[in-house]
Design a protein around this ligand. Structure first.
Ligand code: CTP
Ligand code: CA
Length: 225
């Protein structure tokens, strides 16, 4: 962790982090969302800032008080999050995608409140941009870290995402169960990178963020060497 007698390892480096859920509007008063609290992303943003990075946090709607950072950008939809990230990613040294981005959005949000006229309602959804994949494919891209939220075959799915998106590192966590994950105080992670693996036991997200930040620093500095 950071210590007063050692120079901050990320001094002079810039980090861009996405966090929280996105909201995809169905009509002016309703949206499709998810259970992400933003806790992991906010804690990681604070941990990277404590290691000297100039951190910008691009956050979907979260009830959390944001940590003191160089920048905070609040967004609602995946498209807004994608635009906010792509505007700021050039020249960044680190990108960490912790956000629970909606994979789909309503194709045509209603301009007025949807009335319950019919017995059934079908809503057509279209794919959202994959922010992490876009960053990973961008020219002179930053050291790029993703998360993988899985309910089953955790490591297999995470390894596939690491490879398919061409990431430098991926942190996999189990969601939707008893053991941490979304909207929980505690979390456990398995972190994978090309040629490496480290498991972190279930612990409070703030402590986990400190340990993950140390691993990100370690792998980032190794990528420069
Ligand atoms: N992600 C993103 N933009 C999206 C979807 C996901 O940036 N439109 C990022 C997340 O922030 C996370 C990683 O991609 O870091 C993996 O998200 P996840 O939902 O686990 O995987 P997907 O690639 O979306 O695939 P699937 O949901 O089908 O498992
Ligand atoms: Ca997804």
């Amino acid at each position: 962790g950071p210590s007063p007698d050692r120079p901050a390892p990320l001094q002079g480096r810039c980090a861009l982090i996405t966090a929280g859920p996105t909201r995809e509007p169905l009509d002016p008063v309703r949206f499709i969302g998810n259970r992400s609290s933003g806790r992991m992303g906010y804690a990681l943003a604070a941990a990277l800032a404590a290691r000297g990075a100039e951190v910008t946090l691009v956050s979907g709607p979260s009830a959390l008080a944001p940590p003191a950072l160089a920048g905070l950008v609040r967004v609602e939809t995946a498209s807004q999050m994608a635009a906010a990230v792509m505007e700021r990613v050039a020249g960044c040294d680190l990108f960490v995608a912790t956000a629970a981005v909606a994979d789909y959005r309503p194709a045509a949000p209603a301009s007025d409140k949807i009335k319950k006229d019919a017995a059934e309602l079908t809503i057509r959804l279209v794919r959202n941009p994959d922010i992490l994949a876009q960053v990973a494919a961008s020219p002179a891209r930053p050291f790029t870290v993703g998360f993988a939220a899985e309910t089953e075959r955790l490591e297999e799915h995470a390894a596939a995402k690491l490879r398919a998106k061409g990431l430098d590192m991926i942190a996999a966590n189990r969601v939707g169960g008893e053991a941490g994950g979304f909207d929980a105080d505690d979390n456990a992670l398995v972190v994978l990178w090309p040629g490496g693996r480290r498991a972190f036991a279930l612990m409070p997200k703030t402590r986990l963020a400190e340990q993950l930040a140390d691993l990100i620093v370690e792998r980032y500095l190794a990528s420069l060497a």
